[in-house]
Design a protein around this ligand. Structure first.
Ligand SMILES: Nc1ncnc2c1ncn2[C@@H]1O[C@H](COP(=O)(O)OP(=O)(O)O)[C@@H](O)[C@H]1O
Ligand SMILES: [Mg+2]
Length: 238
């Protein structure tokens, strides 16, 4: 069953077609990569999906319902969570505060229910098979751990689709490997995933299908099985 159905999305800025009639569907629990040169339209497509911008034409059906385009809150409530490249974490705050930001739990007396919040926070991290202390300050964590906090926070919204923009761009080899495992565990939890990255091997390692964008269009689709980064790289530069 398809969870996401994008139909004929177009967006232009001052006459330049940044997205030009983009259509694709994503199956429930499927993981898809989006690659392409700088300026191909990847970020614009993600922004249409998060509601940050409204496409000029086209529509998106999610989970059987039309998405309210250009409305980030409605889109999150529909079950789409974004993990931004800069992770958007509060670096001076603890892991727990970051995880539960905007999702605080109150006692019947209106005070914060710390026990329930700690339980929810540690469950979210455990689902990623990581045991980062809840009281650690986010700025003290490694890049991979911060990525885990950002992904766990997205998962607390119980999304059906998580979109990650350049999830390994800021990470070294070891930390990237961790981030890749976190992304793989989303698929294991039956969440659909879209990964945008210029690190082709990371896209291959985290997705089962890859869309190549060129000049605002989906130029090609690849099945990830047996694909090599060198083959992909050759296709991008054509
Ligand atoms: N707000 C904007 N105003 C004008 N042009 C834009 C705007 N956003 C993106 N563009 C242009 O659209 C094209 C695609 O950009 P983008 O979606 O960021 O590509 P990618 O993420 O693939 O590098 C680029 O040529 C960029 O300059
Ligand atoms: Mg971009």
């Amino acid at each position: 069953m398809s969870i996401l159905d994008i139909q004929h999305l177009s967006k232009s800025y001052g006459g330049a077609n940044v997205l030009n009639d983009v259509s694709f569907t994503l199956q429930a629990s499927e993981s898809v990569g989006i690659i392409g040169d700088n300026g191909a339209g990847k970020s614009t497509l993600l922004k249409c999906l998060s509601g940050a911008i409204k496409p000029d034409t086209g529509n998106i059906t999610f989970n059987g319902q039309p998405l309210e385009l250009g409305n980030p809150q409605a889109i999150r409530e529909a079950g789409i969570e974004m993990v931004y490249q800069d992770l958007a974490l509060c670096r001076q705050q603890t892991v727990l505060t970051n995880l539960l930001l905007g999702r605080e739990i109150n006692t019947p007396w209106g005070t914060l229910n710390h026990a329930a919040m700690r339980k929810l926070g540690s469950q979210a991290l455990a689902k990623l098979n990581t045991d980062i202390p809840l009281n650690a300050v986010v700025g003290d964590l490694s890049g991979g751990q911060q990525q885990a906090v950002a992904i766990a926070r997205a998962m607390l919204g119980n999304p059906r689709l998580v979109i990650l923009d350049e999830p390994t761009a800021a990470l070294g080899v070891k930390e990237s490997a961790k981030a890749i495992r976190f992304i793989q565990s989303l698929t294991a939890q039956h969440v659909a995933v879209i990964v945008v990255s210029h690190r082709l091997q990371d896209v291959i390692d985290t997705t089962s299908r890859i869309l190549l964008m060129r000049q605002g269009q989906i130029a090609q689709m690849f099945v990830t099985n047996n694909l090599t980064a060198a083959e992909l790289s050759g296709e991008i530069s054509q």
